[in-house]
Design a protein around this ligand. Structure first.
Ligand code: BGP
Length: 471
């Protein structure tokens, strides 16, 4: 049974989400330094090179750096009331550890904010989205070093000073828990994953958590009305069978992710994480001051949701390749996308209820969507993409969002991922597209970069105009 009487709340924020490194391009313009993305030609699974390499699609991205006004006008045409984007750290501090920011980098985001303001679109800013300055990775081993806290603090302070009067919603780290799977991309940790000790990994995580809390405190002091959120990669994990051992295995897999939200919302390490660390022989360097800082909890919890996972305690049931790129085993009742990400709209309702019950903080869905191969075709003389598969995916998920709202979940908004086609994070390709707007650029970097409205463009415009009533 679905509840069609409940509607989305008045003032619900509708929009789209992006990340600087995946769409801006202009990777070395106007004083920008190299970020870790510039040396990752083939996505998170490939080791970084000396770089920068010419076959890295992110170096041009979709040229948002020069076309932002046109793109924001298209977002406005869909009726966006919020736009999530990140600020490329290496545009502001090219090496990450200098004292003075790069004025040209700061000015770019002034221009972006001007455009958003012009169209009445609320900005939602991710301070760090997988684009740490390369120098911080190479010289300090990224977040494994405590020194990163100070560099990040300076970066955030610069942003609050400059944009604080115009930006209310801030996210500290994109998918902070993804460092468990991609330590270089997420944590700028240069040690190859196979050589990275749990000790170093969890110390790096601790530094990020302290930095996040510190910056939350700073925003509250510097930015009137600031709302600061953490951002978690949500992966609800189901037991493969009702065997209690499988149920426990699923719960333990969830704990790995809950831990980040628990610390952000409760201000201290949960017991189950202390046990994991103890059993792994990890002894963290946590100062008394760290404990104090962690008490600065977030105002809301944001998360990305693409798919669910499935777990078992039985090693014999583990198959090669597992459930999806983040592990687990295959769920026998769910279908998956072309890239093996299970499609599970009900899982989104489960996450919303689960997070709300657990943390009692407003939630914000800041990523959701279907990565698919799109084909540009002509319909009635107009070039477009007939992406019914994307409409179906998003519609099914938003129906479940409406259910969760009927369940009593407090939800601030929804930003669909990659609202305009951009370079994929995990594959570094342009073949895997999420947008309502098609961008003419292929995997070899060829194309005019021209923008085209897909069929989903009109669909999303109607969803927003009706505040979800037409789902
Ligand atoms: C999230 C990231 C995004 C993103 C999205 C889709 O993990 O926050 O940066 O790209 O997933 O992933 P992909 O691009 O690999 O399909």
């Amino acid at each position: 049974m679905t509840d069609t009487t409940t509607t989305f709340p008045e003032g619900f924020l509708w929009g789209g989400a992006t990340a600087a490194n995946q769409l801006e391009g202009a990777y070395d313009e106007d004083g920008k330094g190299l970020s870790i993305q510039d040396v990752m030609p083939k996505g998170i699974m490939a080791p970084p090179v000396e770089g920068p390499t010419p076959d890295n699609l992110k170096q041009v991205g979709i040229d948002f750096y020069h076309r932002y006004a046109e793109d924001i006008a298209l977002f406005a045409e869909m009726g966006f009331t919020v736009f999530r984007f990140s600020i490329a750290w290496s545009r502001i501090f090219p090496n990450g550890d200098e004292e003075t920011p790069n004025e040209e980098g700061l000015a770019f985001y002034d221009r972006v904010l001007d455009e958003l303001e012009k169209h009445g679109i609320e900005p939602l800013v991710t301070i760090s989205h997988y684009e740490t300055p390369l120098h911080l990775a190479r010289t300090y081993n990224g977040w494994a070093s405590r020194e990163l806290i100070g560099f990040y603090e300076r970066f955030a302070r610069t942003l609050f000073e400059r944009y604080g009067s115009r930006v209310k919603y801030w996210l500290t780290f994109n998918e902070i828990n993804s460092v468990l799977h991609a330590p270089f991309m997420s944590g700028a940790i240069a040690t190859p994953p196979e050589q990275l000790s749990k000790q170093d990994l969890y110390q790096a995580i601790h530094h990020e958590l302290v930095a996040s809390a510190l910056v939350t405190k700073m925003a509250h002091e510097m930015v009137p009305g600031a709302q600061v959120g953490c951002m978690i990669l949500a992966m609800p994990t189901y037991p493969l069978t009702p065997d209690p051992e499988d149920v426990l295995a699923a719960k333990e897999a969830e704990h790995a992710n809950y831990a980040f939200g628990d610390i952000h919302c409760r201000g201290e390490y949960p017991g189950y994480l202390l046990r994991t660390l103890r059993e792994a022989g990890v002894e963290l360097d946590i100062t008394d001051e760290d404990h104090e800082i962690l008490r600065n909890t977030v105002d809301f919890v944001s998360f990305s949701y693409y798919s669910s996972l499935c777990e078992t305690a039985d090693p014999a049931k583990r198959t090669e390749g597992g459930g999806n790129i983040f592990g687990g085993v295959q769920n026998p009742v769910l279908k998956a996308s072309e890239w093996g990400w299970t499609i599970d709209p009900v899982g989104l309702r489960i996450v919303l209820n689960d997070y709300w019950e657990r943390w009692q903080k407003p939630l914000f869905i800041v990523e959701n969507g279907l990565g698919a191969v799109d084909e540009l075709v002509e319909v009635d003389g107009i070039e477009t993409v007939v992406d019914d598969y994307r409409i179906d995916y998003l519609n099914d998920h938003l129906v479940q969002v409406r259910e969760a709202i009927a369940d009593g979940v407090d939800l601030l908004g929804y930003t669909s991922w990659g609202c305009i086609d951009l370079v994929s994070a995990s594959t570094a390709e342009l073949k895997k597209r999420y947008g309502f707007i098609y961008v003419d650029r292929d995997n070899d970097g060829n194309g005019t970069l021209e923008r085209y409205r897909k069929k989903s463009f009109d669909w999303y415009r109607d969803v927003i105009a009706s505040n979800g009533a037409n789902l």
